[in-house]
Design a binder for this molecule. Structure first.
Ligand code: XMP
Length: 511
């Protein structure tokens, strides 16, 4: 195990991911984590992340000198590097100019364990205002840039390494090499951790934790909650009850599809409860058009429905959620990052269900890692590679007020779009695609008659981690076919548009 101590920087989640890409298991903890807890975790190595603060200011995140005396190899990145120097007696100052972007780094010590095999010069991603003006006693400079005297430094005897740039970002061409050098060569990790080990260990850990307790899971049928549910089912069988709420904002026929897999006819050992709550949702959403209010209503109603079902079951010992890492980050729970949207699968439920503890087996994983875990669990590929679908469902793909009629429109348009994308083989190459209903009505002509109807927006994006995305190139013929079918087959739609916006500035969903 390598642990990443989070100091609030924007790339923290990437650090953990890159370590796992070196086949070394890694978890993220807050910089506020107690030293005793760190000792108990007994990590092979610790990585201190970047962060937005200046380490010499009084109220900035810090860690006591004790951390550096544990005898555990430590790698400080950006703020983490500065903090290491500051705490151990070096000097960090504000630079005249900010160093930002791709920067040429000259390696001064080729024999450095972390720099082994790295070319000089090498391109690295810099993003800092403060810089290390003097290394702490016992440290040696291992690389520099034109503006930055200490791009990296080390105290080999104490196994302390500091890197001012960001090896976790792909723009740092040899960053993976450096991280791998640290976790394998310095920390001595075997580099043989794989997803199968994660799945096996998680199942074991769940089994031990749950004992003969009762577990409740909110199943949406999406990849995350499905993988979590199957993992739990493998661990504890029918001690698990899955509640699936059909909120009437699912894709066409989706409720039945989920029931076919997880219901009594499906292959898994668990209790399955389907709640048909469509009407309740439509009533609550009537007349509401503000995106965050809609999300809150959908989230709160979900809690109400779920709470009612949970009451019927009585006291449960554990609650399972399929929270994954990007949910945690974007909801502002991943340290110091800003809240982007209130994701409805994070928070909320725990306050309303009578249970002892929460189990979130996928909390540290990215989407593509969750899929790998799903395949390890033997979940059918069709389900594992399903399009991601947000908790609030079509509610955030209908701009403005949600009505049963609008849901129907977007369901039909979306089904056509997906069908044609499947036929064209695009389902294998594009990350996420869907139809959304804009709140725009415009004039058209159909069968010699004037129409004044809605416009459907088609979206297709490619993304690896869902934190950033770019619009996908869908062949013109496919788009034309989809457009012609939608305007012909879906009533009250007379216009179809294709959204070319990336994320940022657009988010993937419309609200
Ligand atoms: P955005 O729209 O934030 O979406 O760029 C990023 C990814 O997250 C999905 N998404 C959600 N998933 N609950 C979820 O479970 C939500 O509230 C939610 N909002 C967005 C979205 O589909 C995309 O894959």
């Amino acid at each position: 195990l390598v642990i990443v101590l989070d100091f609030g920087g924007q790339y923290n989640q990437l650090v953990a991911r890159r370590v796992r890409e070196c086949n070394v298991y890694c978890e993220i903890y807050s910089y506020k984590t107690d030293i005793e807890k760190i000792k108990a975790l007994n990590p092979r190595g610790i990585i201190l992340t970047g962060g937005p603060n200046s380490c010499y200011e009084a109220d900035s995140p810090t860690y006591s000198e004790e951390l550096f005396k544990l005898g555990i190899p430590i790698l400080g990145l950006c703020y983490g590097a500065q903090l290491m120097m500051h705490v151990l007696g070096g000097k960090v100052e504000r630079a005249d100019v900010r160093e930002y972007g791709k920067t040429e780094v000259i390696v001064d010590k080729q024999t450095s364990k972390v720099m082994t095999g790295v070319s000089s010069p090498t391109i690295c991603w810099m993003s800092h205002f403060d810089y290390i003006s003097k290394v702490a006693p016992g440290f040696e400079i291992t690389s520099h840039t034109a503006d930055c005297p200490v791009a990296s430094a080390e105290n080999e005897a104490e196994q302390l390494y500091a890197i001012q740039f960001h090896p976790e970002v792909l723009h740092t061409v040899e960053g993976m090499k450096m991280l791998s050098n640290f976790v394998i060569n310095v920390c001595g990790c075997a580099g043989d951790w794989k997803m199968d080990a994660f799945v096996e260990e998680s199942i074991q850990a769940i089994r031990e934790k749950v004992g003969d307790g009762k577990v409740l899971c909110a199943l949406s049928g999406g990849v995350d909650s499905s993988v979590a549910a199957v993992m739990l089912s493998k661990a504890i069988g029918n001690q698990l009850t899955c509640v699936f709420v059909d909120h009437g904002l699912l894709r066409k026929d989706e409720g039945d599809e989920v029931e076919a897999v997880f219901g009594p006819e499906g292959p898994y050992d668990l209790n399955f409860i389907r709640v048909n709550a469509q009407e309740r949702y439509y009533t609550k959403l009537a007349g509401v058009s503000d995106p965050e209010t809609k999300r809150k209503i959908i989230g709160e109603e979900f809690i109400r429905v779920f709470e009612e079902e949970a009451k019927k079951i009585g006291v449960v010992d554990f609650l399972v959620q399929g929270t994954i890492y990007p949910d945690v980050v974007e909801s502002g729970l991943g340290g110091e990052s800003a809240v982007i949207k209130s994701h409805h699968n994070v928070g909320g439920l725990p306050d309303f269900v009578d249970f002892k503890e929460i189990i979130e087996p996928l909390r540290d994983l990215f989407k593509d890692e969750v899929r790998k875990a799903g395949l390890e669990l033997g979940i059918p590929e069709k389900l594992v590679f399903r399009q991601p679908f947000p908790g609030p469902g079509l509610g955030i793909r209908i701009i403005g007020e949600v009505t049963a009629e609008k849901v129907k429109m977007v369901q039909e348009a979306d089904a056509i779009y997906r069908e044609e994308m499947d036929k064209a083989g695009m389902n294998k190459t594009v990350g996420q695609y869907f139809a959304a209903l804009t709140n725009m009505r415009s004039v058209g002509v159909m069968g010699d008659e004037r129409t004044y109807d809605y416009a459907i927006a088609l979206r297709a994006v490619n993304t690896i981690d869902f934190m950033t995305a770019e619009s996908a190139q869908v062949p013109w013929e496919v788009l034309q076919k989809v457009t012609s079918r939608i305007v012909n087959e879906v009533s009250h739609v007379n216009r179809v548009m294709y959204d070319l916006t990336g994320k940022p500035p657009g988010t993937i969903e419309f609200e």
